[in-house]
Design a protein around this ligand. Structure first.
Ligand code: ATP
Ligand code: MG
Length: 384
């Protein structure tokens, strides 16, 4: 073996992390700083802690990395600590203890100027309430971030027009925010954040005030932007289907803690505890689970295992059901020219029913760990 075998996955992951968060705490209340280091207090549940100390631990000992180019979703019920966590990343809220790094730089050690530059250039926030300037046109709202960066007028207008086109607001650039629909206003908010060309976009429930159709539209916009630009995004939502749709990985929060961090497939396929299980109970599993985790080995004696349609490992079980139903044979899970396994009726029904059929690769197994986001396109041809 070459010496590359000695590189640990952790060391490898560290190199492509944009944000690295370690043992982060945010405690609100009197003598907040004494809470994280006090084992007796940290062992209390939120209600006991509040009664004993008057403090709320909004973020409790949270560690994670946001990798370059991924959509990292923070999900949880109201009050679980999502907004506090994301605001700690750029110190819009001052963490109580722990560490936050961006591209290896210590965010907690940044002075005022460096912080300003972090928020303006490197990590732009898109808020739920778009925070648009009502008396300025769309164009000037979008260019606003560039204006405070000191970019010259002609240049900032040119840049602003480019992002206005990118988010589909062409023709509306001279309107005032009050003359736009909610969805259009949200696009202006998005365009303004994009205009600064930040390394990371931070979204705090940006679409929760929108009606369902516009919301879906905006979600697709985010997916498209991510696909086209590969921009790193941290996206907060309390909506599970939004999380599953957008997230490459999801951190599920409860009472300030991250109770599970994984791909949509891992979270749905192997919930870490009863709480998560309950949370994902109604998710249509076949739309999230992939063939990679549902397949069984090829039976070389079974003729029918070689006859079925080819399907990509990242294809969803739902897609495989269609292929198997059309052909009548088990689908062959192909990685290029290599057949990794097959999915047959038994495997597919097992996923829908929530049981692991005999011989399946299993949920949350090694395949699932490197699992793709559910929106990745199927690369294999599905025979029809
Ligand atoms: N400034 C503050 N002072 C005291 N407690 C606070 C403060 N800000 C937030 N909290 C508390 O911290 C906890 C987490 O709040 P946070 O706003 O992060 O939740 P959230 O997950 O974003 O909720 P939502 O989905 O409702 O936006 C809540 O219990 C909240 O009451
Ligand atoms: Mg919030």
């Amino acid at each position: 073996m070459s010496d590359t075998a000695t590189v640990t996955p952790a060391a490898d992951a560290a190199t492509d992390a944009v944000f690295a968060v370690r043992n982060l705490w945010k405690v609100f209340g009197p003598k907040a700083e004494t809470v994280p280091g006090n084992a007796e207090l940290t062992g209390l549940d939120p209600v006991e802690l509040r009664e004993r100390t008057g403090c709320t631990a909004a973020v409790r000992d949270v560690s994670f990395e946001v990798k370059k180019g991924e959509v990292f979703v923070v999900m949880g019920l109201s009050g679980s600590g999502k907004s506090t966590l994301v605001r700690c990343l750029t110190r819009l809220i001052e963490p109580t203890s722990g560490s936050v790094e961006i591209d290896g730089e210590d965010v907690l050690a940044m002075d005022k100027n460096r912080l300003r530059e972090l928020r303006r250039h490197r990590a732009s926030m898109v808020f739920q309430h778009f925070g648009l300037l009502p008396h300025r046109t769309v164009l000037d709202n979008v260019a606003y971030g560039l204006e405070i960066q000191g970019v010259a007028r002609a240049e900032r207008r040119e840049k602003a027009m480019k992002v206005i086109e990118k988010v589909g607001l062409e023709g509306l650039e001279q309107r005032k925010p009050g003359q736009l629909s909610g969805g259009q206003q949200q696009r202006v908010g998005l365009a303004r954040a994009l205009a600064a060309d930040p390394e990371v976009l931070l979204f705090d429930e940006p679409f929760s005030a929108l009606d369902p159709l516009i919301r879906r539209d905006m979600q697709e916009e985010v997916v498209r932007l991510h696909r086209e630009e590969g921009r790193t995004m941290v996206f907060i939502t309390h909506d599970l289907s939004e999380a599953l749709k957008l997230g490459d990985r999801i951190a599920l929060m409860r009472d300030g803690r991250v109770v599970q961090l994984g791909t949509p497939e891992e979270i749905v396929g192997s919930p870490a505890d009863e709480y998560v299980r309950d949370f994902v109970r109604d998710v249509p599993r076949e739309q999230v689970m992939t063939c990679r985790s549902a397949m069984r080995p090829v039976d070389s004696d079974a003729d029918e295992d070689t006859k079925g349609p080819a399907i990509a490992p990242d294809a969803t079980v739902s897609e495989a059901i269609e292929a198997v139903a059309r052909s009548g044979f088990p689908a062959r899970v192909m990685d290029g020219a290599r057949c990794l396994g097959v999915v047959d009726h038994e495997q597919l029904l097992g996923v829908v029913a929530g049981v692991t059929p005999k011989g399946a690769a299993g949920r949350g197994g090694p395949a699932a760990k490197t699992g793709p986001s559910i929106r990745k396109e199927v690369t294999g041809e599905v025979a029809s």
